[in-house]
Write a protein that binds this ligand. Structure first.
Ligand code: NDP
Length: 339
């Protein structure tokens, strides 16, 4: 049973060498009777920026750190191989938290969601469009941003797993949407495939605040923040009166020990801005509605989704650290095995 382990706790930007492929013991593909567990074959694993926080022994987080030497865990799509839980049968597909390894015995089966194979929707979308990142976009945009038709929306890390859906939902809602990303290829995709009104490469801008003023001469009503740091400050300097900032992630802030100085904080008062951090899990009651709406929109061709698929567990360390240099074009997934 091949697996990816965390070698030891780390700070700052994660390196490929922080993770290691290990060949584990040969498994009996059976669930011990009376364990109530489900044994799964992992098909797709999701690379998510929040996992970086778990590579650090940082107790004050909302999620505990990984254990060095053990397989790391994350969202995945898997096939049931054997089950001692009457709710799951061999051959069924599930999405939920699993380990970064070929086969996993899952005891917390309550967190697994059964999924159907579908001719139109690839199974891997259950860690992206129809999984945690898609749900983050949905809950964050509708519940935290409280959007109105005609508003001006800015999304950072806009071509990623979360951002690409935020932008498309905003367009469907009748908003004007600008996204930023870190390469010209991503900027092209935002404008020509994902339907953003405008997009720019933030790495080519010397002055982010001036860049946003160019793209939003009338100001920003909603900023969906995936990156934090200087981009958040630049957006605060461009918000309109009664603007809303949804703080979804801070992927630019890899070291929590660094001090970020903000020059536009006074805008919070002068422009009566609401800034709100959120966790997608706060809105889990909306998951069924999200699945129904997004599945239907996707099947009607109203939304598209970009995936960046890497093959093999061996490719997982590089795929994961690639999130922090922007190597992924769309949702980063690892195909561990094919169905
Ligand atoms: P992405 O698929 O967008 O991948 C990360 C992207 O971030 C990279 O592709 C890169 O794109 C960009 N990036 C990396 N480093 C920097 C940097 N220093 N400055 C600016 N951009 C950078 O990730 P997700 O869509 O999965 O996640 C987006 C954000 O949402 C993350 O911050 C994540 O932690 C957060 N999140 C929050 C949740 C919640 O419940 N609050 C749930 C899920 C995600 P580029 O080439 O454009 O630089």
């Amino acid at each position: 049973n091949k697996k990816i382990i965390l070698k030891c706790y780390t700070n700052g930007t994660p390196l490929e060498t922080d993770l290691e492929l290990k060949v584990g013991e040969v498994l009996k593909l059976e669930v011990p009777k009376g364990s109530n567990g489900v044994l799964v074959k992992n098909l797709y694993l999701s690379c998510d920026p929040y996992m970086r926080g778990r590579m650090q022994d940082f107790q004050a987080s909302y999620i505990p750190p990984f254990s060095p030497g053990s397989a790391i865990e994350g969202f995945g799509v898997s096939e049931v191989v054997d089950s001692d839980d009457p709710n799951f049968k061999r051959g069924e597909f599930v999405a939920g938290i699993t380990n970064w390894e070929e086969y996993t015995l899952i005891h917390k089966t309550g967190q697994l969601r059964k999924i159907q194979q579908d001719d139109v929707i690839p199974l891997s979308y259950h860690v992206g469009l129809l999984g945690m990142p898609g749900f983050t976009a949905y809950a964050g945009f509708y519940e935290v941003c409280a959007p109105k038709k005609g508003e001006y929306v800015y999304v950072s890390a806009a071509s990623g797993a979360v951002g690409q859906l935020v932008g498309q939902l905003a367009k469907l809602h009748g908003c004007y949407v600008v996204g930023s990303a870190g390469t010209s290829q991503k900027v092209e995709l935002l404008k020509n495939k994902l339907g953003f009104d405008e997009a720019f490469n933030y790495k080519e801008e010397l002055d982010l605040e001036a860049a946003l003023a160019r793209y939003f001469p009338q100001g920003i009503d909603i900023y969906f923040d995936n990156v934090g740091g200087g981009m958040l400050d630049a957006a605060l300097g461009n918000m309109r009166v009664q603007g809303r900032v949804a703080v979804c992630g801070m992927v630019s802030q890899n070291s929590r020990t660094s001090v970020q100085s903000f020059k536009n904080m006074f805008s919070l008062i002068s422009k009566r801005i609401t800034i709100k951090g959120f966790l997608q899990s706060d809105f889990s009651h909306l998951y069924p509605r999200f699945l129904e709406e997004i599945t239907s929109n996707y099947k009607q061709g109203k939304i598209v989704y970009l995936e960046n698929m890497n093959d093999g567990l061996e490719s997982a360390p590089a795929a994961f650290v690639g999130l922090f240099s922007g190597k992924n074009v769309g949702k980063q997934v690892i195909r561990v095995a094919s169905k």
